[in-house]
Design a protein around this ligand. Structure first.
Ligand code: GLN
Length: 536
């Protein structure tokens, strides 16, 4: 491990000088020295609360979707069958994250991060309104149209709000990691309350009250962003990256607008055809093929960057590291995003949920993860900073390996729990502590990987690709959501033997991935050290 002043320090271990000036800092605004929000720049508070409300709305809506679509028509639902409804939710969640790639690109090349966040928040709010109002319109079209608007809006908001967090810490290093840990806490405060509040409203008062509450949340986030960003973010993220040659810039803008216009027109045609019955969409079929689409998109995107991205050798090495982190993140999320699917069903069907005379709703287990994040994120922030001060901050591949390892431990616990169920022939309801323990270890893993991943993207991304690289990061989540959705049905009282197999495959994939990445971290670190040393 190098010392803080070692000129050979890699990008993973940037020094923490708190005074480095940043190209994009507005005059008189030195975010690196600003410590007014829990020791962090005040711009972080704006991003924290905007993202908190966005996640409140996202996680508030997601668990309601399956319940609503599978509810009988007489109960106000759509009466869809279980596998169709969960395939739709899998596609929806995957699209939400997939949209981050074009969303990041639009911000980088056309409108800048700030406008992208603003337009995103407006679209998400409109989307929730459309979903909420669908009940009063006697048609399913506004419901699905609302989901499409949320996908488009989240694609614009999510990667770019994360990228701008990185901009608050021009000095990089452990303080930036710590900033992302705090930001991540905001995400989970939103998720925790979103799941609790909209769940209660949606299930016991009326579906559309739940949807409405999620929409109100996003509106609050929008108001916070509009009123606070000018004061707290200065000029950060106002401008897209421009090509130095105005002629090339104009050409690129024209191409960009054409591409966005064509994409939107194609989407509109599909929506109109689907709404008028001219096109039959089969959710299960789409979900099955979408994995290939996502993996293919990632492969093509990295190839494009290497071949045509105009990157320097140094930047290529960094993007190579991003590609490695992407693969391991996709493995992590494929396990982690089983929370709303297989683990949710395990809570419902095989877990003893009685406390005194009260049966804890299965969906409440969804909030256990957020609860642990809120509890543990500050500890992680403190840990990274104190390790950084001693020059002992581990590299991001090492942190990722820990993340995979702890998530692996979480799924090992589920193997034991699943075997107890199988041994009883499916009759036993196991202790809720198995799930709680599993979520605890998964959360420890998540905190070592997810906020660190966000932070690493901002450190490793070539500046002009900041938003897109965040889009790539979320593409890993898209893969995870889809796979998590597709294996969820393996928790089934009719086919008990599938369950321990699913959990052991998941656990061993995580543990083996952790070991491989730990080994890979050595050459990666050497490579990055050489690349950053080359610049000195
Ligand atoms: N829970 C985190 C969030 O909502 C991470 C989700 C993910 O990237 N899969 O931002």
């Amino acid at each position: 491990m190098s010392t803080p002043n070692d000129p050979n320090r890699s990008v993973f271990e940037q020094p923490q000088a708190a005074t480095v000036a940043h190209d994009e800092m507005p005059p008189g605004m030195n975010a690196a020295g600003d410590r007014s929000f829990f020791g962090h720049p005040k711009g972080l508070s704006t991003l924290f609360f905007t993202e908190m409300w966005e996640r409140f709305s996202f996680y508030g809506l997601r668990p309601l979707l399956v319940l609503f679509m599978t509810a009988a028509l007489m109960d106000g639902g759509f009466g869809f069958d279980r596998s169709q409804a969960s395939a739709i939710v899998g596609i929806y969640a995957a699209c939400v994250y997939l949209a981050s790639l074009p969303g990041g690109w639009i911000a980088d090349r056309l409108i800048g991060l700030r406008k992208a966040i603003l337009y995103g928040a407006v679209l998400i709010s409109l989307g929730h309104m459309s979903v909420g109002l669908s009940a009063f319109m006697g048609s399913r079209v506004p419901f699905f149209l609302g989901l499409v608007l949320i996908v488009l809006g989240t694609g614009l908001l999510k990667p770019n709000i994360s990228a701008i967090v990185g901009d608050l810490y021009p000095e990089g290093g452990a303080r930036r990691d710590a900033g992302f840990s705090i930001f991540y806490m905001g995400i989970n405060i939103g998720a925790f309350f979103g799941q609790l509040i909209t769940g209660i409203l949606g299930e016991s008062v009326g579906w559309h009250f739940g949807f409405g509450a999620a929409g109100v949340g996003m509106l609050l986030g929008l108001i916070i962003f509009v009123t606070r960003s000018q004061k707290t973010l200065g000029t950060l993220g106002l401008e897209p990256t421009r090509h130095p040659d105005p002629a090339i810039q104009a050409k690129q803008e024209k191409f960009g607008k054409l591409a966005v216009g064509t994409g939107l027109a194609a989407l509109l045609i599909v929506i109109v055809l689907a709404a008028t019955g001219g096109l039959e969409l089969n959710p299960q079929g789409i979900a099955a093929n979408m994995t290939y689409v996502l993996v293919g998109t990632a492969a093509m995107y990295f190839l494009y960057l290497f071949a045509l991205g105009g990157l320097t050798t140094d930047e290529k090495k960094r993007v190579g590291v991003i590609a490695v982190l992407f693969i391991f993140a996709a493995i992590f999320w494929s396990a982690f995003e089983q929370a709303p699917t297989s683990l949710n069903l395990f809570a419902r069907d095989f877990t003893d949920r009685m406390v005194g005379g009260f049966e804890v709703p299965a969906t409440w287990f969804q909030s256990v993860n957020s609860f642990f994040v809120i509890l543990l994120a500050p500890l992680f922030a403190i840990m990274w900073i104190s390790m950084g001060k001693r020059g002992k901050d581990p590299s991001s591949p090492i942190k990722f390996a820990f993340g995979l390892f702890f998530a692996g431990l979480g799924f090992l616990m589920m193997i034991v729990a699943a075997n107890q169920v199988v041994a009883s022939g499916g009759i036993a309801k196991v202790s809720p502590w198995w799930l709680v323990g599993s979520y605890f270890f998964q959360t420890v893993g998540e905190l070592a990987l997810s906020p660190v991943g966000l932070s690493s993207m901002t450190k490793l991304a070539p500046r002009k690709f900041a938003g897109q690289m965040m889009g790539v990061w979320f593409l890993a989540s898209a893969v995870g959501n889809l796979i998590g959705g597709r294996v969820g049905g393996h928790v089934d009282p009719e086919k008990l033997e599938q369950m321990p197999i699913l959990f052991s495959r998941t656990a061993w994939s995580l543990l083996i991935a952790a070991a491989i990445l730990a080994l890979l971290s050595v050459p990666i670190k050497r490579m990055m050290r050489e690349s950053s040393a080359a610049k000195h």
